[in-house]
Write a protein that binds this ligand. Structure first.
Ligand SMILES: Nc1ncnc2c1ncn2[C@@H]1O[C@H](COP(=O)(O)OP(=O)(O)O)[C@@H](O)[C@H]1O
Ligand SMILES: [Mg+2]
Length: 271
């Protein structure tokens, strides 16, 4: 009776689906153990748990930096470990990444760091010249476009890295402890940007240690311990229609932090 739903539109596969995934590192350490989980398109999800529980392993798995010992890792309905090696760079270009240490090219300007993400996808030069300033205005760095990374604060460098991750509007953005090196006030700004990016439809996965931020964000939380999922708390309890500005104001109030649009640029105008 496969035809019983013949008139309903087939739903698209989840953006991420792990089926019974185990990762074993050389030497035998188990990085993830029998993890199954689905992440739907458009979700915002936090991945939490103590150091060494497998959070970065999870991120690397989605980028095919690691292959599972068993189980399957599906991205947009495709088993990425069945994919030809030559297709892996294309997979990685479709996934935005943000890391704790920013990973900016030190000898390139802010503009060039972001433009690079478009150059590798063969975006025409005229498009790059239009899109890069626009995305940098969005992250509040319109005035720093010709600066070098070492001329920026940590929070500004992370904004560049968020701009680089998002400039090609990937369906999936992975952030591994993006606020790990930042103070609380700066962290809220970064979270607000990720929130705004999520509101454009991009699925966002954020690894963090910031328990307070996780509580305030009111989004799905997956907790790992020793390579296993020990909690998966959906965001269903919360309303999800808060505007980005409402979000910024509420979270900063609740965290007792003075947060404002003090970069001068119109953050988010492009969105
Ligand atoms: N390249 C590696 N070789 C061996 N063990 C590793 C390697 N990378 C990570 N591990 C181990 O796997 C576990 C999970 O690591 P990781 O995913 O980096 O944790 P987290 O990001 O949650 O702190 C840890 O015990 C870590 O020591
Ligand atoms: Mg880690």
């Amino acid at each position: 009776m496969e035809e019983s739903h013949a008139h309903t539109r087939p739903s698209r596969p989840p953006i991420v689906e792990l089926n019974d995934v185990t990762v074993v590192y050389p030497g035998g350490h188990v990085g993830l153990e029998r993890v199954s989980m689905k992440i739907d398109r458009g979700e915002f999800i936090f991945l939490v748990g103590p150091t060494g529980c497998g959070k970065s392993t999870f991120i690397k798995l989605l980028l095919r930096d690691l292959e599972p010992a068993s189980g399957s890792v599906m991205v947009a309905g495709k088993d990425i470990n069945e994919m030809e090696r030559s297709k892996v760079p294309m997979l990685r270009r479709r996934i935005g990444t943000v890391f704790q240490d920013f990973k900016l090219l030190p000898n390139r300007t802010v503009y060039d760091n972001v433009a690079y993400a478009l150059q590798v996808t063969g975006t025409p030069r005229a498009e790059i010249k239009r899109q890069v300033p626009e995305i940098l205005r969005m992250v509040g760095l319109g005035a720093k476009i010709h600066n070098y990374p070492d001329e920026l604060s940590g929070g500004e460098q992370q904004r560049v890295s968020v701009a680089r991750a998002f400039v090609s509007h990937p369906p999936l953005l992975l952030a591994d402890e993006p606020t790990g090196n930042l103070d609380p006030e700066t962290s809220i700004g970064i979270m607000q940007l990720l929130y705004r990016i999520n509101r454009t439809g991009t699925t966002v996965v954020v690894v963090t240690h910031d328990r307070e931020m996780v509580d305030k964000m009111r989004r799905r939380v997956v907790q790992l311990y020793d390579g296993r999922v020990i909690r998966d708390q959906s965001a269903g309890l919360y309303t999800t229609d808060e505007s980005t500005e409402e979000f910024g104001v509420r979270v900063s109030n609740e965290l007792g932090v003075d947060f404002g649009d003090h970069d001068g640029d119109d953050i988010g105008a492009a969105l």
